[in-house]
Write a protein that binds this ligand. Structure first.
Ligand code: AMP
Length: 208
């Protein structure tokens, strides 16, 4: 496969699914959110510019995103895209680099998005995701995988979550129809357990 796009609201489990799916399908997992957070942590020009948008839950401008991710889309291996594209302009930009095989839509209600994101914790060291309600770490505040400190993303506060969801509805949700019209959309119920979501996703992609 050349490229699989993961669609769905923030907190629908795209990152968690992407890790397992990329491994199984031998795709490179590309998360624009992770790439941007890395730019912010390293204090690059792009990171400083992107942070202005990220802190408020707004989208980083399309051209910055396409410039950042473009070079990673043309390697010999296929890609699993997590958090990109998020606008129609990005979806069209993506097609200039590679063909898209499937758009996998993780469906989740607004209430569940708010519940999940406000209890999400992330490892500062390795980026692993936890959830205080559904997937707590074994030791309070510490990553099971590497022992790193867990933190709450600055955009996982109730106000910013609400804004991110509105931005999702306005700019990103229309991509569901965009891929549906191309006949490559598959739907997965994101409210299920991570194992169930993974199994559903594999069978929806024809790889069960
Ligand atoms: P995420 O980790 O995917 O939830 O992304 C965190 C934040 O990074 C978003 O709220 C946006 O501010 C920014 N971001 C990530 N991916 C994109 C994208 N494809 N287009 C625009 N902004 C993005």
């Amino acid at each position: 496969m050349k490229a699989v796009v993961l669609l769905g609201p923030p907190g629908s489990g795209k990152g968690t699914l992407a890790e397992r799916l990329a491994d199984k399908l031998d795709l490179v997992h590309l998360s624009t959110g992770d790439m941007l957070r890395d730019e912010v942590a390293r204090g690059t020009d792009l990171g400083r510019e992107a942070k202005k948008y990220m802190d408020g839950g707004e989208l980083v401008p399309d051209q910055l995103i396409l410039d950042m991710v473009g070079g990673r889309l043309t390697g010999p291996r296929g890609v699993l895209l997590d958090g990109f594209p998020r606008t129609r302009a990005q979806a069209e930009g993506l097609e200039e680099y590679t063909a898209v095989d499937a758009g996998l839509f993780l469906e989740l209600s607004r209430d569940e998005v708010v519940r999940r994101l406000s209890s999400r914790r992330v490892c500062k060291e390795c980026g692993a995701n936890y959830n205080l309600l559904t997937k707590p770490p074994a030791e309070d505040g510490r990553c099971d995988r590497c022992g790193g400190e867990l933190y709450q993303r600055p955009d996982d506060t109730v106000e910013v979550i609400a804004r991110r969801y509105d931005v999702y509805l306005k700019d990103s949700a229309p991509l569901v129809e965009y891929y549906e019209k191309k006949g490559i959309l598959v739907r997965v119920d994101g409210s299920r357990s991570p194992d169930d979501v993974y199994t559903q996703a594999l069978s929806a992609l024809g790889n069960a």
